[in-house]
Every structure is written in structure tokens, then in C-alpha cells.
Design a protein around this ligand. Structure first.
Ligand code: ADP
Ligand code: MG
Length: 701
């Protein structure tokens, strides 16, 4: 755009003025011409469609109706006057309502003449009303320009109350196009426009606001979505490239004695092909001179731990220490026990550090870490404390990354002069292309195969009213020597309530499964860590057959003999949480079961979640449904990558465009990493504009 016209404050646009500009700013965050231009319609209304009053169904629908006003009256109310009109067609009656501008309407409206009214309808029982309709005499309407698709803009109640209706916004945009003569800069290179047959920028903007046809609208949408995703990808890729270039790593050149001896003599099972492939990827990455920052995705039970161990052995082979961090004490303890067993025959020092490690032991540990006697440290957040210093930390692994924040990840970076390689592991899989975009600056490895011989878990949904049958089933399983989890929801906001649920549940279970025949463990968030551990250990050792717990049990816990997972109030859990919980069983040779208990009152989403769980064991499939239900907001990384602030694209629905955009962003950076080819000038300019306040620009310029 010619010298910054798009930066002009909206107040200067004819027909806006200071008051409206202020309202647009507070309500929609619009400040400049450019912002208004990017206020894309939420949807388009088919103006060729006319409704009959008896066809109206839902509140909130925008409709266009032909009819007549048969009477007009003012109604006095405590909260002020309102003007009401009866609007009829041959099928029924609709109330038109005004809370202001009464005088103007009284004077101008024509009774008994055909009008076209347009607006949102509200439903009260079986009658409908339309507040502040847009109106036009039918004969004017018929003589006027035919717009077949009317854009509907995002709005708020305050805006409409201030008279900034959809029509007014549309007028503002008309004015904007007039004043600027739609002389907008192209932001994509010509070669790309040609190759993908994209609509040029000015035409796209024009057709998004004033579609000339369905076809041009579709083209405009495609072009603008592509552009938006293209620039998100370009930023992510540049950031990653900048990191790789700038941040030196510790090259692990050796595959040495520890790795080989473990691989040849102590591996308790044959690695799956996926595990082998992933270890290779990580090895290559750590062998180069750039720091590794990698995400390892693998469904619950896919065997990430052994991969973590072998990577740590590589670090040790190259003269470095390694640490493994887990989000809970229980999990850290399990990792520690598991790794210690695996390393039993090897001459390596491994230790555990958590919040409840005793002072004296802690001091000893700190020393061992600093003088390099300790090879592997397993722990919780306690590992991040400043007091914890390594002699030479070469690899930091974070299990169940979604529990840790980015800030914590970066703390690890400072544990060594040259930052250690970082591997984050997660069992919350997300579709791969999405992952690449979300985690942008991370590399990704995926274990997409379960160890052989696993029996798929049988999952069923049962209503609370069938509880007795479920108890009977549990008893049968216990007779066969199995162990059972019973999990209650935990929602932070109402911890006291959840605690009560858990305790009520515990009591009824204790009555149903009396001692001494049955032993029950209980674990919840309000217990002291050592009490938790004690209870957990009794269950791990098979001293108790039932484990009643809140979701503290969710992450990582491994008790192969446990074959039944009962989830209480399953409708209150999210899909990924349900899947994680289910992953606690199915770890041994026996057939495992997951029983989802709910009341009869289920929302549509809850039903979908339950059906998904009973329908599949595939974590990736579940993740896709979850994404569709919840949107990407809860996924780690969406904030940082800017994928949530998208103005027109939707990363779930527009996934194919996302892939395309990523592909072309990769190509572009490959061919012209500094963006100095003439054809790429539009990219260089747009990019500079986007990252004006961000440090990553330094990489390209
Ligand atoms: P997760 O990926 O959920 O962390 P784990 O690493 O805890 O999974 O592994 C789950 C179980 O599978 C463990 O008992 C582990 O010993 C076992 N396991 C891992 N890899 C294999 C394999 N290749 N063959 C057989 N069992 C395996
Ligand atoms: Mg694990």
C-alpha cells in the first residue's frame, strides 16, 4: 500500500469519526484502516433466500422476510420505552422491536406497504421478534443492486446498540475501498500466485467483503487463508533455522561402550521398528553440532522410556551426564525404579531427586552431580532449582511435556554452559502436520507402533444404575488375580467437592469389598507424598487389589497386573485424559478392560467422547476428535505459534491449506533463505512488517 495509508487511524475514515472509532477499538480491537480491512466476515448470508414467518426456527438466525407492518405501538416499561411493530406475511406474525430512534421510525415507516426486513430473530416460546431490523421497501429492494451474498461481520451487543450495525460496517468498508482505490500491495511472490493460481491481493480483499460471485468468494477465501498460514509457517521456520544456526550444541560423536553393551546384552526385549527409527533420528540430531530440541510423540504404552534410556546412554558415552524429569513424584519414582532395574548389570550411577528427598541426601546428591560421579539424575521439578548444578549436563529429557511450561523447559538450557540437548516426550499425540506447525521450532519424532502382543483394551460405557453388575465383574477379575483402578475426577476449582466424591466413593467401595478379603489403596492430591508413595507401592507390589484414586494416577504409572480401569463420572473428563487413564491398563499379557461410568445426563459432546473411547484405541484418532471438539486452544504451543490469532484460517478445518502453505514456506526459504531475490520482495516486505517487534528478523536480514 502506498506509504502507510493502511496505518491511518479509523477516526479519519469518512463516516467513522472519533466516537465510532473508539467503539470499534474497544469492542473489536480495530484501530487502523488496515485493521478494518482485515475484519473478515464470519459468514455470508444468501440474500437470494427469503423466509416465511412460519419457517423461522432458531434464535440468533439472520433472516430476510417480505411482509407488511400492520400496527405500531409504544410500550412503557420500567427499563424504558420500546416501540413494537406487528409484521405479518401470509403465514404468520413477527414482532419488530426498537429500543431507540422511535421518533424517526414513527415518522418514516409506512403501514401496510410491502417491506423487506432483515435481521437476527429471537424466539420466545412460539413467537419470534427481530430487534432493530434493517428495512427496505420492497419496490426499492427490487430496484436496487442485487447482492447475492451479504457478508456478516463479527459484532458485539455494544456495537449494535451504538448503531454500528452490519450494514454500517459494510458501508465503512465501501468507503475504505473508495478512499484507497483498493491500491493494496501484493504480499505473495508472483511465481507463487501463478503456480497456485491465487487471486491477487486487492481482488481477494474486494471479494471477501463484496463477493461478486460464489466462485470469486471461494478464491478470495482460499488466497487469504493461504497467505495467513504461509506467514505463520515462515515465521516458525525462520525461528527454527535461527536457533539451529545460533545455538551451538554438544556433538555426541561416539556410539560407545555403554550404549552398545546395553543394546547387545541387557535389552529386555526386541525394540520395535518405530523405536529403532526414533533412536536413529535422535542419534543423528545429537551427533550434529546444533543443539537438539526434539519432541518425541508416542501413544501410551508405545515404549518411550527405553528410548529415553538409550539416548541417555549416548550422552554418557560422550562423557556427559543426563537427566530425566517427570511431572509427579509417583512417576519420577517409577522411572527411577524402572531405569535402575534396567541398568542393574551396568556400572552406572543413577539417583532420584524430588521435593521429598531428605536434606542430607540432597546435599550428597548435589556433590555427586557437581563432581560428575552421578551419570543419570531422575526427578521432578526439583531438578530445575538453581542449587542443582551439573558437572556437564549433555541431555535433558522431559516426560509428559504438556505438564511443563515453556519457561521450565528453558531453565534446563541454562544448566550447562553450552545448552544440553533437549528431548520432550508426550503421550498426547496430535496430527503430525498440526504438530509441526504448533511446535514449529521443535523437531518431531513419532513412535507409531505398539510393542507386539498387546491385546487391545475392551472399553465399555455403563450407567451408574448398573453399578452392581460392574462390582460383580470386578470381583470376578480379582478372583483371577487381577488388580483394578477406580478413578474419580479432579477439577481444581472444586477440590473440596472432588475430595468428597472420592471419599463417598471410597466408602461405598470399602463396604462392597470388605477386608480382609479385599485390600484397597487410596491416592489423592491432598495426601503427603510419602503416604502416596506408600499406598502406590502396596498396589505395585500386589498387596492391594483395588486402587481408588483421583487423576494423580493419570500420567505414566505402570502396573502390568492391573487389568481393569473404572472411570467414575467419565462425562467430566476430556478425551485425552480418558485415553491417558485407559493407558494405565493393557500393559500385561491379560485381556484388559476400561469401564466408563456416567449418569444418564449426557451432553452431546460427552456422548461423542464416550463413543470415541468405546470405538477406538488409537491415540491419534482420538486426538483428531478431541481437536474437533475443543478446538486447538488447549494444545501446547498454540499460543506461541500465533495459530490461535488467525483472522481467517482455521487450523483444524483448513488443514490441507496449512500443509500447502508449509510446503511452500519450506521451499521458499530453501531457495532464497535471505529473501533477497527480486521476486520475493513482497515476502520480504510483508515479513518485515509482521516481525517488526520481534527479534527473529535478525536471522533473515
Ligand atoms: P510409554 O511410551 O507410555 O512411556 P513405557 O515406556 O512405559 O511406555 O512402556 C510400556 C511398557 O512396554 C513397559 O512395560 C515397557 O517395558 C514395555 N515395552 C517397551 N518397549 C517394548 C518392546 N519393544 N517390546 C516389548 N515391550 C516393550
Ligand atoms: Mg511414559
Amino acid at each position: 500500500m502506498r506509504s502507510g495509508v493502511l496505518q491511518t487511524p479509523l477516526a479519519y475514515l469518512k463516516g467513522v469519526g472519533p466516537n465510532r472509532a473508539e467503539a470499534l477499538k474497544t469492542e473489536l480491537g480495530l484501530e487502523t484502516f488496515g485493521d478494518l480491512l482485515q475484519l473478515y466476515p464470519n459468514r455470508y448470508l444468501d440474500k437470494t433466500q427469503y423466509y416465511k414467518i412460519n419457517q423461522l426456527q432458531n434464535s440468533g438466525a439472520d433472516v430476510q422476510i417480505v411482509g407488511k407492518i400492520v400496527n405500531l405501538k409504544t410500550i412503557e416499561q420500567k427499563r424504558g420505552k420500546r416501540l413494537e411493530a406487528s409484521f405479518v406475511d401470509e403465514t404468520g406474525e413477527l414482532k419488530l422491536v426498537w429500543f431507540r430512534s422511535h421518533k424517526w421510525i414513527r415518522e418514516n415507516i409506512k403501514i401496510n406497504e410491502p417491506y423487506v426486513v432483515f435481521g437476527k430473530v429471537n424466539r420466545y416460546g412460539n413467537s419470534f421478534s427481530m430487534p432493530h431490523p434493517e428495512m427496505e421497501l420492497l419496490k426499492v429492494h427490487q430496484a436496487g443492486l442485487k447482492i447475492s451474498m451479504q457478508p456478516i461481520y463479527p459484532s458485539t451487543e455494544k456495537l449494535s446498540a451504538k448503531g454500528i450495525t452490519n450494514k454500517v460496517v459494510s458501508k465503512m468498508l465501501q468507503q475504505l475501498f473508495l478512499e484507497t482505490k483498493a491500491d493494496f500491495n501484493e504480499s505473495l511472490p508472483k511465481t507463487l500466485l501463478d503456480e497456485l493460481k491465487l487471486l491477487p491481493k486487492p481482488e481477494s480483499l474486494l471479494n471477501i467483503h463484496f463477493p461478486k460471485s460464489q466462485e470469486l468468494l471461494a478464491k478470495a477465501q482460499f488466497r487469504l487463508k493461504f497467505e495467513e498460514l504461509f506467514y505463520v509457517q515462515l515465521q516458525l521456520l525462520s525461528k527454527k533455522a535461527a536457533r539451529k544456526k545460533k545455538i551451538k550444541g554438544l556433538p555426541f560423536k561416539e556410539v560407545g561402550e555403554q550404549f552398545n553393551s546395553f543394546f547387545n546384552n541387557h535389552l529386555p526385549f526386541e525394540l520395535t521398528n518405530a523405536q529403532k527409527r526414533v533412536i536413529k533420528e535422535i542419534r543423528n540430531d545429537m551427533g550434529s553440532s546444533a543443539q537438539m530440541n526434539r519432541l518425541l510423540q508416542g501413544d501410551v504404552g508405545s515404549g518411550k522410556t527405553i528410548v529415553a534410556l538409550m539416548c541417555m546412554l549416548l550422552a554418557i558415552d560422550n562423557g556427559f551426564q543426563a537427566c530425566l524429569m517427570a511431572p509427579t513424584e509417583i512417576l519420577a519414582q517409577q522411572h527411577y525404579n524402572g531405569l535402575k532395574d534396567l541398568l542393574l548389570q551396568m556400572n552406572l550411577k543413577i539417583a532420584l531427586l524430588t521435593g521429598s528427598t531428605k536434606r542430607a541426601e540432597r546435599t550428597f546428591l548435589h556433590n555427586q552431580l557437581e563432581n560428575g560421579n552421578l551419570n543419570i539424575l531422575v526427578g521432578t521439578h526439583a531438578v530445575l532449582e538453581d542449587k542443582v548444578q551439573f558437572k556437564n549436563l549433555g541431555l535433558a529429557i522431559i516426560d509428559e511435556q504438556h505438564r511443563f511450561g515453556v519457561a521450565q523447559r528453558s531453565k534446563l538450557w541454562h544448566k550447562n554452559e553450552i545448552p544440553p540437548h533437549v528431548l520432550v516426550m508426550t503421550a498426547t499425540p496430535i496430527p503430525r502436520t498440526l504438530a509441526m506447525s504448533l511446535y514449529g521450532d521443535l523437531d518431531i519424532s513419532v513412535i507409531d507402533e505398539l510393542p507386539p502382543g498387546r491385546k487391545p483394551i475392551k472399553t465399555v460405557h455403563r450407567f451408574d444404575s448398573n453399578r452392581l453388575k460392574v462390582f460383580g465383574f470386578i470381583k470376578d477379575e480379582i478372583k483371577k488375580g487381577r488388580q483394578i483402578y477406580i478413578v474419580y475426577p479432579l477439577i481444581k476449582e472444586s477440590e473440596a467437592l472432588d475430595y468428597k466424591d472420592l471419599m463417598d466413593g471410597y466408602e461405598s467401595i470399602a463396604r462392597e469389598f470388605p477386608q480382609p478379603e479385599y485390600q484397597i489403596s487410596i491416592v489423592h492430591g491432598q495426601m503427603k507424598p510419602q503416604d502416596k508413595d506408600y499406598e502406590m507401592e502396596r498396589f505395585v507390589n500386589g498387596e492391594t487389589q483395588l486402587m481408588v484414586a483421583t487423576t494423580v494416577i493419570e500420567v505414566g504409572v505402570n502396573v502390568p497386573n492391573a487389568s481393569v480401569m473404572i472411570i467414575e463420572s467419565a462425562e467430566r473428563f476430556g478425551l485425552s485424559q480418558l485415553h491417558q487413564l485407559r493407558g494405565r491398563v493393557g500393559r500385561g499379557a491379560e485381556q484388559s478392560f476400561c469401564i466408563l461410568m456416567t449418569s444418564h445426563k449426557l451432553s452431546a459432546d460427552a456422548k461423542t467422547r464416550l463413543e470415541t473411547m468405546t470405538g477406538t484405541n488409537d491415540g491419534f484418532e482420538i486426538a483428531e476428535v478431541d481437536l474437533k471438539l475443543r478446538g486447538p486452544g488447549d494444545l501446547m504451543g498454540t499460543q506461541q505459534s500465533g495459530l490461535l490469532n488467525l483472522k481467517i484460517a482455521d487450523i483444524v478445518k483448513d488443514n490441507p491449506i496449512l500443509k500447502l502453505a508449509r510446503h511452500h514456506a519450506v521451499q521458499l526459504l530453501k531457495q532464497d533463505p535471505k529473501l533477497d531475490k527480486p521476486d520475493n520482495l513482497p515476502v520480504r516486505r510483508t515479513y518485515a512488517e509482521l516481525v517488526k517487534d520481534k527479534a527473529i528478523w535478525g536471522y533473515i536480514s
